[in-house]
Design a binder for this molecule. Structure first.
Ligand code: M6R
Length: 612
């Protein structure tokens, strides 16, 4: 979490930094700050709360200069207040630094530095890094580069940081280990940021730094090396992006825009993965023998949050369509689980950001134990994409709303295509069934558009229930992960307590929660478990629960069992989660809007969770 940026060039530094930070605010919004260097002096402006507070401060105190660094914070060590906001500096403001990550040995370093007479001004772990650089650079007169290397030798933990020095104007230094950093290359200007979309308005040529690398940036060039001093010839990647994709384009919220982009996301997946396939080109990166891929006999999927829900959905697809036994774990558990060696088994990570630390550590544990690692990922150049042996990019475009929507459907979309590929090459899926499923997928965008056309009905339902204290979400079969997803969406953006359950589990405990006030959202679309689901709904009704049914078009009978019915077009059960999730996303969205919460930047959350 936390976003960092840096700029050196000819533009007004505050404008560039604030603009780049505005694209990183999804990484945290507890405080924001900038440090700029002009006429040999460092100026620091920082404020608690969102970036808008910092903007005001910058307007009141204009800064000069063409070099600076910036930060948007998701608090870990120290309260989210002005004192703990980055940048942090030495008392004389000779060096200033922004940091993303956690310095794990900060407590012992702090004791040592305090004993040596250094006075700390904040409660952050970051400040030890400033003090170390101050010690070597200011007190002992080493170069900034040497001081950074020396400080890195003493810290443990994860970091992406960026530092400027009044003693060496015209340059800044950045380094990474465990937290992402991207260098942006311009003409007479260079940039750094936690991720590439932050630089969308300035350049398309980027270098993704690796762990244990550092970079020195000046107006005219960048020099990359390892933190132990070996020069690196970096690979420059040209990113094919569209600045429009990272703007709201007239929508009230990014989340709403991203919900409504889902038909195009699925259309793109059909065109790129299925229209001429499925075949092995489904993988954008495949660094191992195709035979090994085809011989996959077992899958272990690991992911967090919404991506974990996509993994649970994929288990049905891989087992039912491809005949591959599949285990699913949340990454934070997977990484500490004793993983037994298994033949022809791949570890598949699912992640929108490609930076979630738990998922990254899970991937690394898979590698260590000798498994081939696959990833489904949205962000090009992200750490998980770079470290996995095979990658499928979801190409959902930048997802800015903290609540994941289009990345989720994109994940399920490519996982579906992968299950067809495996089903075919393993002889588990007939040509006829494969064609039928492809055709169903091709028709999905139109059906999604139909659901989008019915959003007013969901808004009406939201109006009826938005004051509820709790919500329950129930589903069965391939739609039970969507019950989890519906609950997660409403928790994270509307701040309403909600839980999702496989409906058959109700009678084992959660049914005790039901009374005449409890809204229970039941996914009851056409499926092999339809009758069972109707029985579960009746159990809810018998306890006076308020049923909101999500049903297939034409199901008139369900009206007898529900207070509200939201319909979605009929489709093959294997693909139904891609339709049933839409009303769930809208429901959370409208409930949140009615409750007046901050939809795109809900409290306490960050888009990219890079701390354990
Ligand atoms: O970037 P990732 O897919 O790895 O992120 C995983 C979760 O942090 C993420 O899905 C989170 O649960 C979202 N806020 C859900 O909307």
């Amino acid at each position: 979490m936390c976003g960092i940026v840096g700029y050196v060039g000819r533009e007004k530094v505050d404008t560039v930094l604030l603009n780049a930070l505005s694209r990183l605010e999804y990484r945290g919004y507890d405080s924001a700050g900038i440090a700029t260097l002009g006429s040999g002096t460092i100026t620091i402006l920082k404020e608690s709360g969102k970036l808008s507070n910092l903007r005001k401060l910058v307007q009141e105190h204009p800064v000069s200069g063409q070099l600076g660094i910036g930060h948007t914070r998701w608090a870990t060590h120290g309260e989210p207040n002005q004192k703990n906001a980055h940048p942090h500096a030495d008392p004389e403001k000779k060096v200033a630094l922004v940091h993303n990550g956690i310095i794990e040995n900060h407590a012992e370093l702090k004791v040592r530095l305090m004993e040596a007479g250094y006075v700390f001004q904040s409660d952050t772990d970051t400040e030890v890094l400033v003090k170390l650089i101050e010690k070597y650079h200011i007190k002992m007169g080493q170069t900034l580069e040497e001081s950074v290397k020396q400080a890195i030798r003493e810290i443990r933990g994860t970091y992406a940081f960026c530092v400027i020095s009044a003693l060496e104007p015209g340059k800044f230094i950045a380094a990474r280990k465990g937290s992402p950093l991207v260098v942006g290359l311009g003409q007479g200007e260079n940039f750094i940021a936690s991720d590439a979309p932050a630089l969308i308005d300035y350049t398309r040529d980027v270098i993704f730094l690796e762990d244990d690398q550092m970079v020195i940036l000046t107006q005219d060039g960048v020099r990359v090396s390892t933190t132990s001093g070996r020069e690196i010839s970096p690979v420059v990647t040209r990113i094919d992006w569209d600045a429009k994709a990272a703007s709201k384009e007239g929508f009230d919220h990014f989340m709403l825009k991203e919900i409504e982009e889902q038909p195009q996301v699925i259309e793109r997946i059909y065109a790129s993965r299925l229209a001429q396939g499925p075949n092995k080109s489904i993988f954008d990166v495949l660094n191992f023998d195709e035979k090994e891929l085809i011989q996959t006999e077992r899958l272990i999927i690991q992911a967090c949050g919404t991506s974990w829900h996509a993994a649970l959905t994929a288990k049905f697809l891989f087992e039912n369509l491809a005949g591959i036994p599949t285990e699913v774990d949340v990454s934070s558990e997977f990484r500490y689980r004793g993983l037994l060696p298994q033949k022809n088994t791949q570890v598949l990570s699912i992640t929108q950001s490609g930076e979630t630390i738990d998922t990254l550590m899970g991937l690394r544990q898979g590698k260590e134990k000798g498994f081939k690692t696959l990833a489904v990922c949205n962000v090009l150049g992200s750490t998980i994409a770079r470290e996995s042996d095979g990658v499928i990019f979801t190409h959902a475009g930048p997802e800015i709303g903290v609540a994941s929507t289009k990345a989720y459907t994109a994940q399920i979309g490519v996982l579906f295509a992968l299950s067809l590929f495996w089903g075919k090459v393993r002889g588990r899926l007939s040509e006829a069934r494969c064609s039928e499923l492809k055709e169903e997928f091709r028709r999905l965008p139109e059906k999604m558009q139909t659901v989008i056309g019915r959003k007013e009905l969901v808004r009406h339902t939201a109006q009826k229930f938005y004051e509820a204290r709790d919500f329950l979400f129930l589903g069965r079969g391939i739609n039970y992960p969507n019950a989890y997803e519906g609950a997660l969406k409403i928790k994270e953006i509307a701040y309403i307590h909600a839980t999702g359950h496989p409906a058959g589990e109700m009678k084992h405990g959660p049914i005790a929660l039901i009374d005449e006030k409890m809204p229970v959202v039941c996914i009851v679309t056409e499926s092999v478990v339809y009758e069972k689901m109707v029985s579960n709904i009746q159990e809810v009704r018998a306890r006076k629960g308020r049923v909101i049914a999500l049903a297939s078009d034409g199901d008139e009978a369900i009206k007898a069992h529900a207070e509200e019915v939201l319909y979605v077009p009929k489709c093959d059960e294997a693909l139904s989660p891609l339709l049933t999730v839409l009303p769930l996303q809208y429901l959370a969205y409208y409930v949140a809007v009615l409750r007046g919460t901050d939809v795109d930047q809900p409290r306490n959350l960050a888009k990219s969770v890079t701390v354990e």
